[in-house]
Design a protein around this ligand. Structure first.
Ligand SMILES: [Zn+2]
Length: 233
């Protein structure tokens, strides 16, 4: 079940349940309007309806969570199967903090992708990569061509910064280290922060290199005309 954002709901019945929803159809992969005929309540907590794609006429199951008085719960609309198309990556708010224009480029790339405009998506991604590289590089290197700029990144960006200070936190006198003396006193907040810390480290040290290696091998074996001279149309 995938949460359906409120802004995808185009019109509602008088009881405020969704009548039409616009999203990328999981069956025909096109942006389409889905229409509900009626909603049926099941028990006290939810109502369900099958909405039909106006393009391919296939259906998607929608579930609406209810409040105690039977009205719809805010942010309580879900669907199955999930719509096609991509959601913004986790942590995209940090990109917004780094640079609002870069965040807008990323948003445009996603929108174009979700409208199946592949060429425009690729050009926007290239623009985003160029903007990101130049944002991370020192002023005198910002006009480098994209390839050179990307090659310069590992020398210019302090990749060890996320790992600094972690040893201090865990040292016997550090924020976490001190607490290990009395395990019974460790509360949920501390356990949660520690778990998050190790998850971030795993992401950086293990997941990122692993997923990059997978991605590169998928690019190398892609059947699409990514490879120059493949002759594919
Ligand atoms: Zn469809």
């Amino acid at each position: 079940m995938q949460l359906v954002h409120d802004d995808l709901v185009q019109s509602r019945f008088s009881n405020t349940f969704a009548r039409t929803v616009e999203m990328i159809c999981p069956h025909c992969l096109k942006e389409a309007v889905f229409e509900a005929r009626s909603w049926q309540e099941h028990g006290q907590q939810l109502a369900a309806s099958e909405l039909t794609c106006a393009r391919c006429e296939d259906t998607v199951l929608f579930v609406q969570l209810l409040q105690a008085d039977g009205t719809r719960k805010q942010a309580g609309l879900f669907c199955y199967p999930r719509p096609a198309g991509r959601e913004p990556m986790a942590g995209v708010e940090h990109l917004q903090t780094l640079s609002a224009p870069l965040a807008r480029s990323y948003e445009s790339a996603l929108k174009l992708y979700n409208r199946a405009e592949w060429g425009a998506t690729a050009l926007t991604v290239r623009h985003l990569l160029g903007g990101l590289a130049s944002r991370m590089l020192a002023e005198d290197k910002r006009d480098l061509p994209l390839t050179r700029a990307l090659e310069s990144l590992p020398q210019e960006v302090d990749l060890s910064r996320p790992l600094q200070d972690i040893a201090q936190l865990l040292a016997p006198s550090g924020t976490f280290g001190r607490q290990f003396d009395d395990e019974a006193q460790i509360d949920k907040v501390t356990a949660e922060l520690l778990l998050e810390l190790v998850e971030q480290l795993l992401t950086y040290l293990v997941v990122l290199p692993g997923t990059m290696a997978d991605l590169k091998s998928r690019i190398a074996t892609a059947p699409v005309p990514l490879r120059r001279g493949s002759g594919a149309a």
